[in-house]
Design a protein around this ligand. Structure first.
Ligand SMILES: *Cc1c(COP(=O)(O)O)cnc(C)c1O
Length: 370
């Protein structure tokens, strides 16, 4: 059996162990310390703009805290992109709030601005002003920032920008992760860089960042003893994990280049023109976290996936939209069929930044048999 090719596996840069060793040597083996501060500062500089970063235990925790900080609670409605990973939507339920799902546009595969406006108008007519919009740069492709943020301003509904898959992507020359009222990143094992597990919440002020850290460290009020007047969470990133993050940030630009060059390779070497790709719209720069192809039909998608599996190559269907998930299908949704179609015919190809050219040839070899 040929060696397994993974969809997207961790890729260490070399500097990580130095920072972890420093943490051990100085006994900063705690959920705070110099690695956490440096990791946050480096990310802030990287994102530019008005970004204040709080390092957390996961991207999911970051979305949850964004909802907490926006005051989302029981009975509130939150608009959420349907075409995404369930972690974008689950925190809405943690807060006892109600998701309303919005389908995608073909240009970016992300939230369709027209459907978003329809949904807002519909909810306003029903006397339910949505508390937030959760919008995603899926697979690293920026959503239509101009149009979505215009609607957010027009109707005064804040945006939670889910950049879990989009660190290194840009829209209009600015980094994804710097656009939302709150933005989130993920450093889970399969993301563009990883700390083995981790995330970040990005806010627009120092006060909001401090509030995020307050909630992430059990919401301790100022007192010599432990005093609590709010619900707290144990969501802070540890100083060990942040050491991995510091090493990973040193190689982030290389990782983006490697993923983009995977995409270019696939686009050039896959000869069957019935397999298509999503191109970058004008003004967008994607990290190409995962290269996705669209096939002519569900049946062909499955044939391709199983042929790859036979050759010990991992691939994965595109995300199944939330409005089709057993957990979420009872909630209101505004759909146009786009995400369902993408789910049926789309496939993510191995896209790790550590994939070799030989492996890429093995993969296209299978695809070119179709
Ligand atoms: C990975 C991911 C998350 C969650 O991040 P974790 O760090 O795994 O909790 C959220 N949204 C999207 C779109 C993701 O891909």
């Amino acid at each position: 059996m040929s060696e397994k090719i993974w969809l997207s596996s961790p890729h260490m840069g070399g500097g990580e162990q130095k920072y972890i060793k420093e943490a051990f040597d100085t006994n900063w083996v705690a959920p705070l310390g110099p690695n956490v501060n440096e990791f946050e500062n480096t990310l802030q500089t990287y994102l530019k703009g008005n970004s204040y970063v709080a390092a957390l235990s996961s991207g999911t925790a970051a979305i949850h805290l964004a909802l907490v900080q926006l005051g989302v609670s029981g009975g509130d409605e939150v608009l959420c992109q349907s075409f995404t990973f369930s972690a974008s939507a689950n925190p809405i339920l943690y807060q006892g709030a109600t998701p309303v799902f919005i389908d995608s546009e073909l240009e970016t595969w992300n939230m369709c601005p027209e459907l978003l406006e329809n949904a807002i108008l519909n909810r306003l007519k029903n006397g339910k002003k949505p508390k937030a919009i959760i919008v995603v740069h899926l697979y690293g492709m920026p959503y239509n920032v101009t149009k979505i943020h215009e609607l957010s301003l027009k109707y005064e509904i804040p945006i939670i920008e889910d950049s879990a898959e989009a660190l290194g992507s840009e829209f209009g020359g600015e980094k994804c992760g710097a656009f939302g009222d709150f933005s989130i990143l993920s450093f889970n094992g399969n993301k563009i860089i990883t700390t083995s597990g981790g995330g970040a919440l990005i806010t627009k002020s120092k006060v909001k960042k401090e509030e995020a850290i307050f909630f992430a460290t059990q919401a301790k009020d100022k007192a010599p003893h432990y005093e609590h007047s709010k619900i707290g969470y144990n969501y802070r990133m540890s100083n060990i994990i942040a050491g991995i993050g510091r090493g990973q940030l040193e190689v982030l630009d290389d990782r983006v280049l490697a993923r983009r060059s995977n995409f270019k390779f696939y686009k050039k070497e896959i000869k069957n023109k019935k397999f298509t790709f999503l191109d970058e719209p004008e003004g967008s720069f994607t990290n190409r976290w995962l290269t996705c192809i669209l096939t002519p039909s569900f049946e062909i998608r499955e044939k391709v996936r199983l042929s790859l599996e036979n050759e010990n190559i991992e691939s994965r269907p595109l995300w199944k939209p939330m409005h089709l998930q057993p957990l979420f299908k009872k909630y209101l949704n505004f759909t146009n069929g786009t995400s369902q179609k993408l789910f049926e015919v789309g496939l993510c190809l191995p896209s790790g930044s550590n994939i070799t050219e030989k492996e890429l040839y093995r993969i296209v070899g299978v695809l070119n048999r179709f």
